[in-house]
Design a protein around this ligand. Structure first.
Ligand code: GLN
Length: 541
């Protein structure tokens, strides 16, 4: 079959969940046996989000091929188990960079280089590049931003052109918002009408409308929207706030989103999607009533999207352990020796978050010392693992000034140091150690047990600094074991304290590869250890 292209645009306001709708649709099409991928086009000038502060757009997600990507790619992978890559996330910056490179090479043969056709042609080439591989039946393209934004215009114009070129092989879904005005006790359709008008003004007639709403929209209102927006009545569906994002595929299926897309793409509708594994997960999620309480110690805790993949991995792990996740965010800047017990005492497990720079780092050491001395299950991820090493060096090995050269480049005890190949790098963008690398685990370690005795794993990375192997012997002799390493470079990827209940730090980020149907085993094992610890405490009380 010809590859079908589905575009998802958004209107009225941002943060309506285009990523969740795109992921849910991909989930349903995949459950019908189709080969699907999702890509995101972001209208900002940064080449990729790798240089963005988490306060801007939330977490930076990392694909296995080492691309620093928008966090929506995390949803795509978690909902579908597909692997995304650099080709799945393109920004205005990347488009312009490529056009400007071509101009400098002389590829445009003396022509004036313009937004139309040169930028739009480059966008269209990128939209179709995954389709050209022949690996997919459906390419879902999410256009970042909202219709009407100046910076989205070239993308929207490209969709208009593609719709013309692709004919039946193209479906446009527009996601809008239907606000509920409390004082009037009324849902309002006008913003949706305006948003669709705006899309029509630039030449796009959406095929399907998805309305995000807090309250159920009555059938006559849906019909009214269909009439005003020039969309068939069965193609106006609603996305009511759900208790969990993982219920959205089911909600969309109950309103026939997958069938609508197949119909609009001129395809036959054969049977039903196989939702059994997904429903099993949802059943577990709904059945779980007892809690497991995990603390996340980090410095971006006021922003829920900053640790998105960790939150979701923990949620999946708790669900597979038949527990409800009670996740407590703990601001590392606020921690000190006198208040630490009060913050961590009642937790079943603690995660020390990844991050960059000095801010909040001392609080992480205070938390780690408390967790180690009180034998609380503790999981350090990336910077969190580096902090585990530094805290141990300072308080157990007696190296009082131990540090990472990221925080203090003059330290005599650089137990965490810049990787050799990083020393000559001056450009910040896309130059960290990124993407999936193989890691060999010590077969007798706690971490190997977590991975069900697998001794070769592959996990994704995003860091410049590493464990300094000059110190390996003294750590190992004094109880902190290096139990995972890269087989080629011997970089230390995992440390643990085998004497403790569960005290493991990973240089890699296991949260990027955890999905709903394939949760990352280290999170599942960590949560299991936290539950065990909770039960032990209950018995002793
Ligand atoms: N700042 C640390 C480094 O660059 C850790 C990075 C992270 O936690 N992702 O090595």
């Amino acid at each position: 079959m010809e590859t079908k292209y589905i575009f998802v645009t958004g209107g009225v306001v941002s943060s309506l969940g285009k990523g969740i709708i795109s992921s849910s649709l991909a989930n349903l099409l995949k459950a019908r046996g189709y080969r699907v991928t999702i890509q995101k086009f972001d209208p900002y000038i940064n080449i990729d989000p790798g240089t963005l502060n988490p306060y801007e757009h939330g977490e930076c997600y990392v694909t296995s091929d080492g691309h620093e990507a928008d966090l929506d790619l995390g949803h795509y992978e978690r909902f579908t188990d597909i692997h995304t890559s650099r080709a799945n996330n393109v920004t205005t910056g990347r488009i312009y960079q490529s056009v400007i490179d071509k101009e400098r090479r002389g590829d445009y043969l003396g022509k004036t280089v313009q937004i139309i056709p040169h930028i739009t042609d480059e966008i269209k080439r990128n939209v179709k590049s995954l389709g050209k591989t022949g690996q997919y039946d459906f390419i879902i393209t999410e256009i970042g931003g909202t219709v009407g934004d100046i910076e989205s215009l070239p993308f929207i114009e490209s969709v208009r052109q593609l719709r013309w070129e692709l004919g039946n092989d193209c479906v446009c879904i527009h996601l809008t918002y239907v606000p509920y005005i409390k004082a009037a006790k009324e849902l309002k359709t006008k913003p949706t009408q305006h948003s669709v008008k705006q899309l029509q003004e630039v030449g796009i007639q959406p095929d399907i409308l998805v309305l995000r709403t807090e309250k159920i929209i009555p059938a006559d209102m849906l019909r009214k929207i269909a009439l005003f927006c020039n969309v068939s009545a069965d193609a106006v569906i609603q996305s009511v706030d759900a208790p969990s994002i993982y219920e959205v595929p089911v909600m969309m299926h109950s309103q026939h989103l997958d069938e609508l897309v197949l119909k609009k793409a001129g395809m036959a509708i054969n049977g039903e999607p196989d939702m059994r594994p997904w429903m099993n997960f949802l059943d577990k999620m709904k059945m779980a009533t007892e809690k497991v309480t995990i603390g996340l110690v980090g410095k971006y805790v006021e922003l829920q999207d900053a640790y998105k993949s960790i939150n979701e991995s923990l949620f999946q792990a708790a669900t597979y352990n038949d527990r409800k996740l009670d996740l407590r965010y703990i601001h590392s800047e606020k921690l000190n020796d006198s208040n630490i017990a009060e913050h961590l005492r009642d937790l079943d497990g603690v995660i020390i978050a990844p991050g960059f720079g000095q801010r909040g780092i001392e609080g992480k050491f205070v938390a780690l010392k408390y967790c180690r001395e009180n034998d609380i299950p503790t999981f350090g991820i990336c910077l969190g693992m580096q902090c585990m090493v530094i805290e141990y060096a300072r308080n157990v090995l007696g190296l009082g000034d131990a540090n990472s050269t990221e925080m203090d480049h003059t330290t005599k005890n650089n137990v965490i140091d810049l990787m050799e190949e990083q020393k000559s790098i001056s450009n910040m963008g896309g130059t960290m150690r990124l993407g999936a690398y193989t890691c060999k685990l010590n077969p007798n370690s706690r971490v190997a047990k977590a991975y069900k005795d697998k001794i070769e794993i592959s996990e994704r990375h995003r860091h410049r600094f590493e464990f300094n192997n000059d110190y390996r012997e003294i750590f190992e002799k004094n109880g902190m074991k290096c139990v995972g390493e890269n087989p080629e470079t011997h970089l230390v990827e995992v440390v643990e304290l085998p004497e403790k209940r569960w005290f493991i730090g990973t240089q890699y980020h296991p949260e990027y590869s955890s999905t709903v149907l394939n949760p990352n085993p280290i999170f599942v094992d960590f949560v299991a250890a936290a539950i065990k610890y909770q039960k032990e405490r209950m018995l002793n009380n």
